[in-house]
Design a protein around this ligand. Structure first.
Ligand code: PGA
Length: 263
């Protein structure tokens, strides 16, 4: 199975010129990378239409695709549009050529106060519109980690149960439609990344829950949190880890080039 590298640009870069520069580095990296990896860029909404022409579905090199993802999506999807000022529907993204949507990122849970219920609605609506969902889960405090992995696993299990509720109701899920990103919150943007063996253990656990509770087999499960050029190989070389979600490093041009140098 090909490893998946998701670049989450967050709220950066500040203008289209810089966004295009970062996009070009990523596209060139995807073209020249040696390993069989799939690359997804999730830029801010305002840059998406600019990039759909440049990337959507086009095979850049045998075994390597560059695809687009959104960082968020709205939970309603009326086909003719609706009175939801400022929101973007899953169908709008799909019609633009966007394939993926990140849902439930911890920054949105914390800063925008997105609840598990909201995230569940977004997951279901996005899947029904034909988007592939990258659902982020992860525990909030280092403390809970130090008090034992059992507590962490219980927390992640509950998060999955709430966020994926009714996932198979009236809808046949394809394996590649759902991707989970295990992102311990204490590791995001801090430089304090989870050690790859522990991340691998958590990912194995998440796959077990997907399988036993939701009968979902073969979904990819990624690791995210302070991934950079120095540690990315340690994560993707773990057999259980199906890829990584890279945040801050994905818009730092030098660092991005270094990442592609080791891919
Ligand atoms: P980071 O962010 O790589 O900057 O820690 C990860 C993320 O966006 O979840």
């Amino acid at each position: 199975m090909k490893k998946l590298i998701v670049f989450n640009w967050k709220m950066a870069p500040p203008n289209l010129k810089e966004a295009e520069d970062v996009f070009k580095i990523t596209r060139e990296g995807a073209r020249t990378t040696r390993k069989g990896v799939e690359i997804i860029i999730a830029p801010p909404f305002v840059y998406l239409s600019q990039f759909t022409n440049l990337s959507s579905g086009r095979r850049i090199k045998k075994n390597v695709n560059l695809k687009l993802g959104a960082q968020n999506v709205f939970w309603e999807d009326p086909q003719k549009g609706g009175a939801f000022t400022g929101e973007i529907s899953p169908s709008m993204l799909k019609n633009l050529g966007v394939e993926y949507a990140i849902i439930g990122h911890s920054e949105r849970r914390r800063i925008l106060e997105e609840t598990d219920e909201i995230i569940n609605k977004k997951v279901l609506t996005a899947l029904r519109a034909g988007l592939k969902v990258i659902l982020c889960v992860g525990e909030s405090k280092r403390k809970s980690r130090d008090s034992g992995m059992t507590e962490v696993k219980d927390y992640i299990k509950k998060q999955l149960q709430k966020n994926l509720e009714n996932i198979s109701k009236g809808y046949k899920l394809k394996n590649e439609s759902l991707i989970i990103a295990y992102e311990p919150i204490w590791a995001i943007g801090t430089g304090d990344y989870c050690d790859p063996a522990t991340a691998s253990d958590m990912i194995q656990f998440i796959k077990h829950i997907l399988n036993s509770t939701f009968h979902i087999l073969d979904s990819k499960v990624l690791y995210g949190g302070s991934v950079n050029s120095r540690n990315i190989s340690d994560f993707i070389s773990q057999p259980e880890i199906d890829g990584v979600l890279v945040g801050g490093a994905s818009v730092e041009k030098k660092e991005l080039k270094k990442i592609f140098a080791v891919l």
